[in-house]
Ligand binder design. Structure first.
Ligand code: TIU
Length: 231
C-alpha cells in the first residue's frame, strides 16, 4: 500500500519495501574537529548539526526495516583510482593521500576515512566506497538498488552541494525518486546549503523532493510493519 512523505514541492508517495535510506560520506575527515575539513579552514559545526537528525532518521529507517546504505569518499592506498586532476586540485600542500591529522587523507582504511561513530553502519548494511563525488560512478550502488527493487531513496549526508547533489542528480537520471532531508544534509557554506536545497525542489522538483527529519520519520512510522516482520 502506498504511503506518502510530507515534502516539497508536493507529497512523495512511497512503499516501505521499495524505499532505501542512503547516508552519504558522514566521515570523520569531513565532520570531526581536527580532521581534513577543518584543516582546510572550514567550520565543521555546520556539518555536525546534521548528525542528530541523521541518527533519528537512521533509527526510524532501521525500525521500519528499510534497506540502509552508507557511502564513503576515498581512494586506494596506491592512489591508482584517483584522477591526477583530482589530486592536483587546489594545489594543497596536504591533500588527498598525504599524511593528515587522522591518517592519510581520504585513503580507505585510515581513521579519517571512517564513518563517524554516531552513524556507524550495522552489520549487513552495505557500505559503498566511491572515488568520485557521485555514489553511482564506478560503484555497485545501482546494482544493489535494482536487486532490492528500490525506487525511492531518502538521502542524508554531506556535503549538500557536492556529494549529495551529485548523487541525487545521478539517481534522478536513473529514474529514482529522491527525498532529501534538509536538516540531515550539511554544507560548510550556509548559502550553498540554502541554494542547494532550493535547487532540488525548484521547477516542480527538478531533481527530487525536500523534506525534514521529523516529516520523514512520521512517514516511516506510518508505514512501519508489524513486530516480527522480515524485510
Ligand atoms: N562528500 C563530499 O561532499 N566531498 C567533498 O569533497 N565535499 C566538499 O564540500 N569538499
Amino acid at each position: 500500500m502506498p504511503f506518502a512523505f510530507d515534502a516539497e514541492p508536493y507529497a512523495l508517495e512511497f512503499e516501505r519495501k521499495t524505499t532505501a535510506l542512503l547516508i552519504i560520506d558522514m566521515q570523520r575527515d569531513f565532520l570531526e574537529p581536527g580532521g581534513f575539513g577543518e584543516m582546510l579552514g572550514n567550520d565543521v559545526s555546520l556539518l555536525r548539526a546534521a548528525i542528530g537528525p541523521c541518527q533519528r532518521v537512521l533509527a526510524a529507517a532501521r525500525e521500519a526495516g528499510l534497506l540502509v546504505m552508507h557511502t564513503r569518499e576515498g581512494h586506494r592506498p596506491d592512489l591508482a583510482d584517483a584522477p591526477p586532476a583530482k589530486l592536483a586540485r587546489g594545489g594543497l600542500e596536504t591533500g588527498i593521500g598525504a599524511e593528515g591529522p587522522m591518517g592519510r587523507i581520504l585513503i580507505r582504511g585510515e581513521p579519517g576515512h571512517g564513518i563517524i561513530p554516531e552513524l556507524a553502519p550495522k552489520p549487513g548494511e552495505p557500505v559503498i566506497d566511491k572515488s568520485g563525488k557521485g555514489a553511482f560512478y564506478e560503484t555497485d550502488l545501482e546494482l544493489m538498488l535494482r536487486n532490492n527493487d528500490i525506487r525511492t531513496i531518502i538521502v542524508c549526508g554531506v556535503t549538500t552541494e557536492v556529494c549529495v547533489h551529485t548523487t541525487v542528480r545521478e539517481a534522478n537520471d536513473r529514474g529514482y525518486e529522491c527525498l532529501v532531508l534538509e536538516d540531515c544534509v550539511g554544507s560548510y557554506f550556509p548559502e550553498f546549503q540554502r541554494v542547494g536545497i532550493d535547487m532540488i525542489k525548484a521547477q516542480g522538483g527538478i531533481f527530487g523532493w525536500v523534506s525534514t527529519s521529523e516529516k520523514a520519520i512520521a512517514g516511516l512510522n506510518r508505514c512501519a510493519p508489524q513486530p516480527g516482520h522480515r524485510r
